[in-house]
Every structure is written in structure tokens, then in C-alpha cells.
Design a protein around this ligand. Sequence first.
Ligand SMILES: NC(=O)c1ccc[n+]([C@@H]2O[C@H](COP(=O)([O-])OP(=O)(O)OC[C@H]3O[C@@H](n4cnc5c(N)ncnc54)[C@H](OP(=O)(O)O)[C@@H]3O)[C@@H](O)[C@H]2O)c1
Length: 253
Amino acid sequence: MKALITGASSGMGRDMAFYLASLGYDVILVARREQRLKEIAKEINSKDGGQAFYVECDLSKRKECVRLYKLVKGEKIDLLINNAGFGYHGYFSEIPLSKELEMIETNIAAVHILTKLFLKDMMKRNRGQILNVASSAGFLPGPMLNTYYATKNYVLRFSEGIYEELRRQGSAVKISVLCPGPVKTEFDKVAHVNFSLSGMKSEAVAKYAIDQTLKGKLVIIPGITMKVGLFFRRFVSEKILLKASYNIQKRKS
Ligand SMILES: NC(=O)c1ccc[n+]([C@@H]2O[C@H](COP(=O)([O-])OP(=O)(O)OC[C@H]3O[C@@H](n4cnc5c(N)ncnc54)[C@H](OP(=O)(O)O)[C@@H]3O)[C@@H](O)[C@H]2O)c1
């Protein structure tokens, strides 16, 4: 079995790679920081389980997404994990446009392109799974992390729609979408967040995400707090949600 994991140089992507290798999967690690990928691959290869390989790739560039696909398409990937992504904290009027466009390319376009290319091959083989990493932000509006929240809304709805199409087409291919709340990774540092909410452990979220994906679960929400919170979200008006969301994000300034 083979898995390709984007954003595998840190955080949840790295931990999903370690867990999948322990289950016997060969893993292809993808990110920009080559030295990190090299070290993670070395550590995985020193343990029992699947073998690790890596591809340095900047997924904010569409040509690079296609290059990645062409490089590995012969490998017959069983599990594609679109995990690479980042946020950027601040007022929409103050965040540089270039940063937001880079985010839209990484969090949306790369997920879209890789899902399209790999899904078509999986459908031909009538076998394979995709896990797209959204966020609990995917269920919400997000003042102060506005573009990030909007990208995760896209990933959630996009993945849900494909799930239903695959079901109606009678395909054995499955798609899942991961929607965690805060997780302790490098996310906050990259997003320029100074004060962070206490988060779940990345290893625990990674293991839960993979176990649920392999069971064919559509929307994966780790942790009881987030499950309860998102359940009650449906009884709250948009304006109250907006105020609550702003107050949470503003505290991170
Ligand atoms: N941490 C949280 O609280 C949280 C909650 C919900 C959802 N998420 C989502 O979970 C996913 C993983 O994030 P994380 O929390 O594990 O954060 P992280 O530790 O910062 O990891 C992000 C990963 O994405 C990669 N990446 C970013 N831009 C890339 C690009 N242009 N090309 C290739 N790789 C790129 C990074 O690698 P390089 O820098 O080496 O390229 C890194 O491996 C993200 O999609 C994030 O939005 C996070």
C-alpha cells in the first residue's frame, strides 16, 4: 500500500506519515523544506514498517502540482492526503494580497488539482482513498483569519460533494475530510498568531484521522469538545457566530 502526504515536513502531515508507515504503508512525503523531508524519511526508514520517499515541491505553484502528479502517477497511490496548508492572521484590509493569493493557491488550487488528477486514476482502478485536510474553520466565518476560513469552507464542501458523486456512481473510491479544531503544530507560528488556544496533540489527531479515513468516514472531527461545539453551531445565528469567531481570533493578536 502507498500513501502520498502533502505538508509532511511538520505537524499533522509528518505525524500521519509516521503512523501510516507503522501500519506498513510506503509513504511519499511532499513539502518545500527538503532537509526536513530527508530527516523524516531517514527516521521512518530506520524503523519497522513501510518505506519513505520524498519529493520537494512548492504546491502554491500549479505547474508544480502537475509535476508532482506526473512524477508519482506510476506508483498507483492508494491514499492521497492533501494536508499542506497555512493561515495568516490579521485584518483583511491589512494582509498583503500576495500572501492571500499564495494561501488560495496552496489551500484550494493545489487540493483541487491533486484531487482531480489522482481521483481520475483511482476511479479507473475502482480503488483508492483521498483525505483532504480542512478544519473546524470550514464550518464557520472567520474574521481576522478570513481568507484561511474561506479556503477551508471550500475544502469541506468540495470534498462532501465529491463523496456524494462517488456514492451515486457506485465507485469503490472514497473521500474523507478532516476538520480539527486547534492542534499543536507550527501552524500558529506560520500564521503570525501570538497567543494560541490550547490545542490537541498532533500525533493523536493524525492517528484518529487515519483510522477514521480507513473506515471510510466522510467528515472527521477529532475531539469531543469540537464535536459538541459544531453540533450547537447550527442553533446560533450568523451574526452571533461572527461576533464569537471575531472575539476568539482577536485574542490571538
Ligand atoms: N494546527 C491547527 O490548529 C490546524 C487546525 C485545523 C486544520 N489545520 C490544517 O492542517 C494542515 C496541516 O497544518 P499543521 O497544523 O500541521 O501546520 P504546520 O506544522 O505548519 O504544517 C504545514 C505543512 O504544510 C506545508 N506547506 C505549506 N505551504 C506549502 C507549499 N506551498 N508547498 C508545499 N507544502 C507546503 C509545510 O511544509 P513546508 O513549509 O516545508 O513547505 C508543512 O509541512 C493545514 O492544512 C492546516 O490548515 C491545522
